[in-house]
Design a protein around this ligand. Structure first.
Ligand code: BGC
Length: 535
């Protein structure tokens, strides 16, 4: 009984009502607008200089690197020009040590090394061709060749972008903490390490994963208009959407094309309401934040994304375990337990370690609807060293996990709903009856059961959206969005490299890329050209 009532009390604390949803949306709209007017706001509203979305006819072979919160993916993407693409990729977990290393060079070196392995494994022809060319030093025409891969770099952290392949890191998120990278151009940091390995790769475009997702969704889902929003609900959360240029009131440093009258804005909504004007806040949220590497920042993300949900649940469960009047994962004798053995939790259980409860088990809990919750109970045993959990334990775990996930899904709907309202598409006669397309990606939305259904329930409750509006919002998975989107932006970047370098420029560029051995040849070529020009 004590466990049941404690569970009910906790579940109630995570309730996020329709009224809360509406209050959240109003504040979200206010903070969207604030971020469009000035810099330094909690939601950064970063202009990306991307002013159009693809229409599916784009073609070519591009390389993409996706540095997410958990994994590094190196991919090559072949865009077929008919709304389809094929993708080859290698995926490796990012070593925890590199996420908090002293210097970011180790992280960028790790990325460059993985690019090298990928190219040698999947595109040996490019690699070999490049090596041959470096050895023979052929003509400018030859150097300017297609064998240099254009790489789209998906860097899923807040970056002040000043050009298509230039952007300065604003802050780390998702547990990364490498202070020396703050304020640096992350493309240059990567290019340096690529050059150190003499790879035939140019970092051509810098892309946030949400922007990539928006691009990929527009490429693959043909419609009268492209997608409105690309969003990630994975280790972290964020969204990028199409905004009218006339609504962007703050200064933009970089150059951009004004012909579409629109620009993609990276909202960085993970930091929506850092000031906690409206975000729901339990004592468990407070504890999680205080113990994080970035207290007071990414407050929305800390209630929504996969990295944090497991940790909130762990903190809640530890509070129950500390209360001796509540029999969680504990019974005095086997007669209390339908499995006829005494329940206990091992001292070394992940439950007692920060980040020790992987959010994935929450999906297992939600999926297990068997009368004895057998799958979940086995998982509690194997993942969390809970020996012989009782049915009551499993029920408590399932209910609390569901409440935390449901709050996350409804908060996600606040973000999506606010962007839909901001676009004005629901009431614009030009879009009457048209679907409003939202591309989503990330482990949470992909694997947590009914995450989208819970989002839709909340969307229906939003004033100005309602049932009819929610029906027009088409939330679809944009699988591999960030890789494909990065390739698409690398394509745009490649087409912007219109200006062909003069021979002198070519040689200067070659010099900066050449090894010591070839430098001599560069020098003599420069001398020769100077002599020829003088003659
Ligand atoms: C980052 C965003 C990113 C999101 C999803 C957040 O922590 O700040 O830039 O888009 O995670 O990966």
């Amino acid at each position: 009984m004590a466990l049941t009532s404690a569970t009910q009390r906790l579940v109630a604390q995570f309730e996020y009502t329709d009224e809360n949803v509406n209050i959240g949306v109003k504040e979200f709209l206010r903070q969207i607008d604030e971020g469009l007017h000035k810099s330094g706001t909690s939601m950064s509203q970063i202009p990306t200089y991307v002013t159009a979305v693809p229409n599916g006819t784009e073609k070519g072979l591009y390389l993409a690197v996706d540095l997410g919160g958990t994994n590094l993916r190196v991919c090559s993407v072949r865009l077929n020009g008919d709304n389809t693409f094929s993708l080859t990729y290698n995926k490796s977990p990012i070593p925890k040590l590199l996420m908090v290393a002293k210097s970011s060079q180790e992280l960028f070196k790790f990325i460059a090394e993985h690019i090298a392995v990928f190219i040698k494994e999947h595109h040996y022809d490019h690699y070999e061709h490049h090596i041959r060319r470096r050895e023979t030093m052929s003509s400018p025409e030859g150097f300017r060749d297609e064998h240099i891969f254009r790489l789209g770099f998906t860097f899923s952290f807040p970056v002040q972008q000043v050009g298509i392949n230039k952007g300065f890191l604003i802050r780390w998120t998702k547990g990364f903490d490498i202070p020396d990278a703050i304020g640096k151009d992350v493309c240059a940091l990567l290019q340096e390490e690529i050059d150190r390995l003499h790879l035939p790769v140019k970092v051509a475009a810098l892309v946030n994963d949400t922007v990539g997702t928006l691009m990929a969704r527009s490429y693959t889902s043909p419609g009268k208009t492209g997608a409105l929003l690309g969003a990630i609900f994975g280790t972290g959360t964020n969204g990028a959407y199409i905004e009218k240029l006339s609504n962007i009131k703050k200064d933009m440093e970089g150059e951009y094309d004004t012909s579409t009258g629109e620009m993609v804005i990276n909202t960085e909504w993970g930091s929506f309401d850092n000031q906690l004007n409206v975000l729901p806040t339990t004592t468990y949220d407070i504890k999680l934040d205080q113990e994080s590497v970035n207290p007071g920042i990414q407050m929305f993300e800390k209630r929504v994304s996969g990295m944090f949900l497991g940790e909130i649940l762990r903190i809640v469960l530890v509070s129950l375990l500390q209360d001796e009047s509540i029999p969680l994962f504990h019974d005095d004798n086997s007669s209390h337990n339908d499995w006829k053995s005494t329940t206990s939790i091992a001292a070394q259980s992940g439950m007692f370690k920060k980040w020790g409860l992987d959010s994935a088990i929450m999906s297992v809990a939600a999926l297990d609807n068997t009368p004895d919750l057998g799958t979940l109970r086995l998982e509690l045993d194997s993942q969390l060293d809970v020996y012989s959990p009782s049915l009551e334990d499993a029920h408590a775990f399932k209910a609390i996990a569901a409440a935390i996930a449901r709050r996350a899904a409804r908060l996600s709907a606040v973000a999506v709903g606010a962007i839909v309202l901001q676009s004005g598409k629901l009431t614009d006669p030009a879009f009457a009856g048209e679907p409003i397309d939202v591309g989503v990606d990330g482990s949470l939305v992909e694997h947590y059961p009914h995450f989208r259904t819970m989002m839709y329930e909340a969307l229906k409750a939003i004033d100005g959206i309602g049932e009819a509006g929610a029906e027009r919002i088409r939330i679809g998975i944009a699988k591999d969005g960030s890789g494909v989107g990065a390739a698409l932006i690398a394509l745009v970047a490649a087409s912007m490299e219109k200006k062909r370098p003069t021979t002198i420029e070519w040689l200067a560029q070659m010099r900066s890329e050449a090894s010591l051995k070839t430098l001599k040849e560069v020098d003599s070529a420069v001398e020769q050209e100077a002599e020829e020009t003088a003659a």
